[in-house]
Design a protein around this ligand. Structure first.
Ligand code: SAH
Length: 210
């Protein structure tokens, strides 16, 4: 149930759900999702459901991870990517297969320690984890080709938008009056262009560190 065959079935399901980006599908066929899920839940790791990760937080479903990765990538090879809300590190590991370097920020210190172990076990070496408040991002590493935020906010934090490179994209869940939706914000030649996409459910982006 944690085998490659189970993972390939998950990928077939994602294809059926409309995920088209071959690089994203290949990444998800390779990253062992069960490593990032608590042992007690490992048998359900490849089902298309969100799972509890402890600390009141949730691990995004495979479809949500695929969709955010596809929107962030937009068919491009990615150099530097910033992730806000490392959580269990699964989305991080998928992004690490799509980008040269991934920088990921998490406000709960215990999760950062756990993810460091998980990434080592999964053989992922191009990820830089930082314990800190994602609202500020990593100005010293910017600009980023893509920023993926996996916690919901009323709007994209201003500091993060300032860290997008030309043609770069930020993907995030935005909480509005009609619930949450994924938004894509692209830095075009004419400035930032924001589009609302699929309805989603994420835990909120919280202030400060935990
Ligand atoms: N992609 C992750 C999602 C985890 S849930 C996964 O699939 O596992 C959202 C995560 O965002 C939680 O781990 C939470 O602690 C973190 N978070 C919330 N507010 C934050 C902030 N201001 N800065 C950094 N991380 C934050």
């Amino acid at each position: 149930m944690t085998s490659e065959r189970t993972r390939l079935r998950m990928v077939e399901r994602l294809r059926g759900q409309g995920i088209r980006d071959a690089a994203v599908l290949a990444a998800m066929a390779e990253v062992p999702r069960h490593i990032f899920v608590d042992e007690a839940l490992a048998s359900r790791a490849y089902e298309d459901i969100a799972l509890p990760l402890g600390f009141g937080q949730t691990i995004s479903s495979p479809h949500t991870v695929a969709r955010m990765s596809e929107l962030a990538r937009n068919g491009r090879a990615l150099d530097k990517v910033l992730e806000i809300g490392t959580g269990c590190g699964y989305q991080t590991a998928v992004l690490a297969r799509l980008a040269r370097q991934v920088y990921s920020m998490e406000r709960i210190a215990a999760l950062v320690r756990k993810v460091r172990r998980n990434l080592r076990e999964a053989g992922v070496a191009n990820v830089h984890l930082r314990h800190g408040d994602g609202h500020v991002g990593m100005p010293e590493v910017a600009p980023f080709d893509a920023i993926v935020m996996t916690a919901a906010a009323a709007r994209a934090p201003e500091a993060l938008l300032g860290q997008l490179g030309a043609g770069g994209r930020m993907v995030l869940p935005v909480a509005g009056r009609n619930g949450q939706h994924l938004h894509v914000i692209e830095l075009t030649a004419k400035g930032l262009v924001e589009r609302r996409m699929d309805p989603v459910v994420f835990v909120p982006l919280l202030p400060g560190v935990g």
